[in-house]
Design a binder for this molecule. Structure first.
Ligand SMILES: Nc1ncnc2c1ncn2[C@@H]1O[C@H](COP(=O)(O)OP(=O)(O)O)[C@@H](O)[C@H]1O
Ligand SMILES: [Mg+2]
Length: 354
């Protein structure tokens, strides 16, 4: 059995690492939605209740999946309950214990809170998961940036890195979505088993994509051809790049969604199409303990400690992420060249002046 996303992808995807890369409006969220439909459909059809799909959505663009699939939503405009940014660890336990697929919509909380929630959630999942679990991380560069813009990013980067690098054995896989491949942590990007690259035109991002494609060992001419295809892609068209896992590098067409795509931008003068969307009614059964406060998730955060008092990481314990560049050798040579020219230039100025 395989997932029919417009092309066939093996169900083994659950514990694999995937990246969806493209500029804004090129179809990333739409494609992720198609994968979500296929994964949830597979779980329903096979009555596979040890697998789960967890969606982390900081932009509020994934709730349309509930139009056809019984997945609880926490937070956002369509949440069954509101989200509390300190509840990450406990939600990780809840979904693990109950084998629940769930969507966490972070669009109504601020960025720092989103980082805390996600870091806690991923760290706890990493510790306790032992069944096929796929996490979709929308705006992955916000959680795993190439440079840690704040202290919180150091923690979230480490959390994503653990899942991507060491999650597979525990059943954990992740799809990272980003519109800025250049600012996504190259450490995590270099680990992915398959990518879908839609239309990209930005220079820096194309450069990173080029370096990324070079990993396949293809010759520069073929890489240039792939890049020019990427620059000309229409919506729904993408390059499936999986030289290792799937042994496929080819242009694919993502199929149409059958649930509502909430990511579309509102159009001026047009009624919001979302108002006609009917979501599946669900009871709150498994999340009732949270509502009743039976599970106390508002624990205090200790100064200088990332998460809770009860034995979570202290700041100094968080592993440093070493910088990683594709084509390191080339970069080193280039910097050496620039350095030599600089020294020669200085030397000639000194000679002229003296
Ligand atoms: N496979 C597809 N088939 C049809 N339309 C698509 C497809 N992918 C994207 N689109 C259209 O493109 C728009 C932008 O896609 P979206 O996924 O929201 O972009 P992104 O997340 O990359 O910013 C969508 O609203 C949808 O109308
Ligand atoms: Mg999007």
């Amino acid at each position: 059995m395989s997932l029919q996303v417009g092309t066939e992808i093996p169900v083994g995807l659950f514990n694999k690492r995937l990246a969806i890369l493209a500029m804004q409006g090129a179809g990333k969220t739409y494609t992720a939605g198609v994968f979500e439909e296929e994964m949830l459909d597979y779980m329903l059809e096979t009555n596979n209740n040890n697998a789960k799909l967890l969606i982390i959505d900081p932009v509020g663009a994934h709730w349309g999946i509930r139009e056809k699939f019984p997945i609880h939503i926490v937070g956002g405009d369509h949440g069954d309950i509101e989200i509390d940014y300190q509840s990450g660890r406990l939600f990780a336990r809840l979904v693990s214990d109950g084998n629940l697929s769930m969507l966490f919509d972070l669009s109504k909380i601020d960025q720092e809170e989103s980082l805390i929630f996600t870091t806690d959630f991923l760290n706890e999942l990493f510790k306790i998961t032992n069944s096929p679990t796929h996490i979709i991380l929308e705006e992955a560069d916000m959680f795993a940036p190439q440079r840690n813009i704040s202290k919180q990013h150091k923690f979230s980067n480490a959390a994503v890195d653990s899942i991507v690098r060491r999650g597979r054995g525990r059943g954990l896989g992740m799809t990272m979505i980003t519109q800025r491949p250049a600012v996504l942590n190259k450490n995590v990007l270099s680990q992915v088993d398959a990518s879908i690259i839609h239309n990209i035109n930005g220079r820096n991002d194309l450069k990173v994509i080029e370096e990324y494609l070079e990993q396949s060992g293809k010759d520069p001419k073929e890489i240039k051809e792939l890049i020019s295809k990427i620059m000309g892609f229409q919506k729904g068209q993408g390059l499936l790049f999986s030289p290792g896992w799937l042994k496929r590098i080819e242009v694919i067409n993502i199929r149409k969604r059958f649930t509502y795509h909430a990511g579309a931008e509102p159009e001026l003068g047009k009624a919001d199409p979302a108002r006609h969307v009917k979501l599946i009614e669900l009871t709150l059964g498994p999340i009732i303990p949270f509502l009743n406060g039976e599970i106390p998730y508002n624990q205090e955060v200790e100064e200088g400690t990332h998460i809770r008092k009860n034995g979570w990481m202290k700041e100094e314990e968080v592993p440093e992420i070493t910088e990683y560049h594709f084509g390191n050798k080339k970069k080193t040579l280039r910097s050496l060249g620039v350095l030599t020219i600089g020294i020669l230039f200085l030397w000639s100025i000194i000679t002229i002046l003296s």
